[in-house]
Write a protein that binds this ligand. Structure first.
Ligand code: NAD
Length: 711
């Protein structure tokens, strides 16, 4: 027996197999786990002294899923098919061994973990608030290939299973019990083992429901009228959300449907065929490469300068209790940090605290928090106007108005109070950090921490390194961002930093199209078809046209002052014209859209101001424009040294502004296409629409040398 599973045979003949992946914080389903599991199944089948099996875990979770390294190494559909068939073969043997097998589950039981558990005859879950069961494979562009699409619908019904698998939902204990996914809840791990043993002793010859001759799916199988109804709408509902960009979703539906018209074992084979199609799909390669490997590298601190002890913030100052300051205060207090929330009036500071109250009230109502936890969190936030209370803060983040003079004033007032080695951070979205640092008496301790709105939901913080920011300050910035559970990317100081700069190219391209006479509906549809979370014109309304115009005007002024040339984007005149008409965006109730009580609709007046061109381009052309313009700008950021790593570029684009995740991020978009093809298409777009599409020099060079963008 390897170290990954230990077994203990009781006097009653019940074998307890305890999973404990060596050298890892969580159990994962790899060779070191699968081989001893298969060996245990062999013993169960042949050793008459063994009367039953309990599968449990020595870690805080049951089993977190399959070994992604192994999936990543798969290079052909045949290999993927064989791998999947091999895994499910031993699960099938487990459930057909003729002796009782119980899964005693605590913590996370995901992916391959749940697939094994569903192959057990009885599932007991420790209901301590930590249990999460689910098949999240879809998030990596995969489908559950260990029998998940076959067993789950047979346990909980097709509709529920489809919904959970298509969204990768993690189900809590009570819901798992109510749905039929598990059989029993208990209060502790000890009780789970006791109950599992009792169940084994009381059920010496168990059978899975689907192996009984009269088995019926809950809610009916694929041949029932209910299924006909479900499968006539489910695909269109899914593609209305995914625009066909996530083939795993379609494959999951196909596997469930087809698996519901054949016998159990044939269904397992069908599933493996679909698994194989997913495993080598470009979408899953992009998702795994970025959201698994590059994200892990970032979390391990690849952008954090080495050589500085890990720092923790115990007391944080937040200057400005507006939308951002209030959100930052909440995120920090949630992570257990004491927060001094300062504004120019006590009333404004209290409003900032009230923001946390409203978030917590909702959480308590939904059962995601308790009144005690709510109280404890609120007690950590101190609303005030008194700078003296900032004494002892290791970090102060300013989130006052976007105005250099106001920022300078609060920086100096805070620095008069805080310790000499405390860090001062700005949450500015547009003002260069090196410039703001001029107001600081110790610019080496000054840094940008750019949060995204709403702070409680958005996972990213863009850390901006000013000209004088020290490595130690950067390391402390990275540590703080991770302390509050967010993902940091690190960029060098520059106009718009990375995220705002590239995000703007997407929105402005939509405006340029409008000016050319492209139908606004085609523009919006192209954004969604490309996989962006919001279409460009609606997004511009959200961020406000007047703000975008203000930034453009400021940029022009600054560049001219610096003696550099300013070339106006073709979309800029659209901003100007719309603002002159008072259509400044959603806040004003009117922008590219009209906003009413029953939702929004494109403004009819657009047709008058932007008459349709006689020749309308096809959707692929529009989609290319929206995506190439972003990817090229991201490449420019790398070339100019604004970006420091490919991982930061990709993760920043997906987490920051929702760059189509299935593409794997703004630079992976180029990689996946191949640099020579990207350069060639960019040249075509540049000839047709302007220099903004001219491929970055770095891309040309790398294309010539056959290099790609990987960290
Ligand atoms: P906001 O207007 O909602 O809040 C600003 C707060 O600062 C107000 O409560 C105001 O009373 C307070 N304030 C102003 N002057 C002050 C002073 N002298 N002393 C103390 N408090 C003062 O603005 P916001 O949207 O929270 O933005 C704050 C900062 O965050 C800006 O720099 C903005 O560019 C940046 N930012 C905003 C977003 C966003 O989506 N809104 C995103 C990222 C960054």
């Amino acid at each position: 027996m390897t170290a990954d599973i230990s077994t203990a045979l009781g006097d009653d003949g019940i074998l307890v197999a305890t999973m404990d992946s060596a050298g890892r914080p969580m159990n994962i389903l790899n060779e070191a786990m699968a081989a001893p599991l298969a060996e245990i199944v062999g013993r169960l089948e042949t050793d008459p002294a063994i009367k039953g099996l309990i599968l449990t875990s020595a870690k805080k979770d049951f089993l977190a899923g399959a070994d992604v390294d192994r999936l990543w190494a798969i290079s052909s559909t045949q290999e993927a098919f064989d791998e999947s068939m091999q895994l499910k073969a031993f699960i099938r043997r487990l459930e057909l061994c003729g002796k009782p097998v119980v899964a005693a589950i605590h913590g996370m039981c995901l992916g391959g973990g749940l697939e094994i558990a569903m192959g057990c005859h009885w599932r007991i879950v420790v209901d301590d608030g930590k249990a999460r069961l689910g098949l999240p494979e879809v998030k990596l562009g995969l489908l559950p290939g260990g029998g998940g699409t076959v067993r789950m619908p047979r346990l909980v019904g097709m509709q529920q299973a489809l919904q959970w698998m298509a969204e990768g939902t993690e189900v809590r204990a009570a819901e798992a019990l109510a749905s039929g996914l598990v059989n029993q809840l208990v209060a502790s791990k000890d009780e789970a083992l006791q109950q599992a043993r009792a169940w084994c002793l009381a059920n010496s010859k168990p059978k899975q429901p689907w192996d009984a001759p009269k088995f019926r799916y809950p809610g009916g199988d694929s041949r029932t009228p209910a299924a006909a109804q479900l499968f006539s709408v489910a695909p269109s509902m899914a593609s209305a959300k995914s625009y066909g960009n996530y083939p795993a979703v379609t494959h999951i539906m196909s596997s469930v449907f087809e698996g519901g018209v054949v016998g159990f074992d044939a269904a397992l084979v069908i599933e493996s065929r679909y698994f194989a199609a997913c495993a080598i799909s470009p979408e899953s390669r992009n998702l795994i490469g970025t959201l698994w490997y590059q994200l892990a590298a970032i979390k391990k601190g690849q952008s954090r300068p080495a050589g500085f002890a890990a720092a923790k913030v115990a007391k944080l100052g937040v200057l400005g209790a507006g939308m951002m300051g209030a959100g930052i205060a909440y995120a920090a207090a949630k992570a257990g940090i004491e927060v001094v929330l300062l504004d120019s009036t006590q009333e404004a500071a209290e409003r900032g605290l009230a923001y946390s109250q409203s978030l917590l009230d909702k959480a308590v109502k939904k059962g995601r928090s308790t009144p005690e936890a709510r109280q404890a969190l609120l007690a950590r936030i101190m609303p005030t106007t008194d700078y003296a209370l900032l004494a002892g803060c290791e970090l102060v983040i300013e989130a006052v108005f976007e105005d250099r003079a106001v920022k300078a004033e609060v920086t100096q007032k805070a620095e008069d109070v805080i310790g000499a080695d405390a860090v001062l951070a700005s949450n500015t979205s547009t003002l260069p950090i090196s410039g703001l640092a001029r107001a600081s008496a110790r610019p080496a301790h000054f840094i940008g921490l750019h949060f995204f709105s709403p702070v409680d939901k958005m996972p990213l913080v863009e850390i901006i390194v000013g000209a004088q920011t020290s490595d130690e300050t950067l390391a402390r910035g990275v540590d703080f961002v991770q302390q509050i559970g967010k993902t940091p990317i690190v960029v060098n100081d520059s106009r718009g930093f990375y995220t705002s700069r590239v995000f703007a190219t997407y929105v402005m391209e939509g405006l340029a199209m409008l000016k050319e006479g492209v139908h606004p509906r085609s523009i919006e549809q192209a954004g969604l078809q490309a996989g962006m979370p919001m279409p460009p014109l609606a997004l511009q309304d959200e961020v406000s046209l007047s703000l975008a115009l203000h930034v453009a005007d400021q940029t022009r002024k600054d560049l001219i002052e610096e003696g550099r040339t300013y070339t106006a984007h073709p979309g800029e005149s659209v901003l100007r014209q719309m603002c002159a008409l008072g259509r400044i965006g959603k806040k004003a109730g009117q922008g590219f859209y009209d906003y009413g009580e029953d939702g929004k609709s494109l403004w009819a007046g657009l047709a008058e101001h932007y008459p349709l061109a006689a020749r309308q381009p096809g959707q692929p052309e529009l989609i290319d424009r929206l995506m190439f313009v972003q990817a090229n700008e991201a490449a420019r950021c790398l070339e100019e040294g604004v970006l420091r790593s490919v991982a930061d570029a990709n993760i920043g684009s997906i987490f920051g502004w929702g760059f189509a995740p299935f593409q794997g991020g703004a630079l992976q978009f180029i990689n996946a296409l191949g640099l020579p093809r990207f350069v060639e298409r960019s040249e075509q777009l540049a000839a047709a629409y302007g220099d903004r599409f001219k491929p970055a020099q770095l891309l040309r060079l790398n294309a010539e040398q056959g290099a790609s963008f990987s960290d």
